[in-house]
Design a protein around this ligand. Sequence first.
Ligand SMILES: Nc1nc2c(c(=O)[nH]1)N[C@@H](CN(C=O)c1ccc(C(=O)N[C@@H](CCC(=O)O)C(=O)O)cc1)CN2
Ligand SMILES: NCC(=O)N[C@@H]1O[C@H](COP(=O)([O-])[O-])[C@@H](O)[C@H]1O
Length: 185
Amino acid sequence: MKRLAILASGSGSNAEKIMAHFQHSAKAEIALVASNKPDAFVLERAKKFNVPTFTFSRKEMDAGQLLEKLREEKIDWVILAGFLLKIPVALTRAFPDRMVNIHPALLPKYGGKGMYGAHVHEAVKAAGDKETGITIHLVNEHYDEGKIIFQASTPLTEEDTPESIAAKVHELEHRHFPQVIEGLV
Ligand SMILES: Nc1nc2c(c(=O)[nH]1)N[C@@H](CN(C=O)c1ccc(C(=O)N[C@@H](CCC(=O)O)C(=O)O)cc1)CN2
Ligand SMILES: NCC(=O)N[C@@H]1O[C@H](COP(=O)([O-])[O-])[C@@H](O)[C@H]1O
């Protein structure tokens, strides 16, 4: 049984879909949900699924305390689902090809520092793009430059707003991320 940890900084709607997907799985289990925000709603979602939680600061992550916890819990895969800090290289190297992230755009467009959450959808709207989508990729030491595993797109119209774009992207994420993880682990 593979042991998966989810890292998230906010609401955790993707984390919830992933926990529900693996709730009765014989292949993998969500062994930990960890956040850098003690008040992140993802922690409440984890408690609903009886998944253990762990909180840490950027300083503690950079000092190796998150890696220590992942090793203690014998984690096989790390899933970034709305995690908003850069994973230090020591941590990415501890999980080579075993750390995956979801990005709310069609990389390589709209990636890199500053490109997260609503900032991404606002940039897509400002550019007048006729489509957007999601990218699921392996994680390396740089933001959003790891090997792309999966992409899915959705059309946009001039009537779309950053909020409606976000809703379309979330729908794609919730539909695909759990299945892609299932195929990876
Ligand atoms: N080493 C890596 N770490 C992370 C990656 C990655 O690919 N490699 N992906 C991100 C997730 N992400 C996009 O998918 C992303 C998240 C956050 C940022 C960003 O600019 N963050 C701000 C800080 C925001 C905050 O403190 O609330 C910043 O760095 O200034 C960019 C991309 C997760 N980690
Ligand atoms: N660049 C990273 C980034 O922007 N990640 C995005 O944060 C949201 C988290 O939503 P959730 O907390 O409801 O799962 C998701 O849309 C995810 O793609």
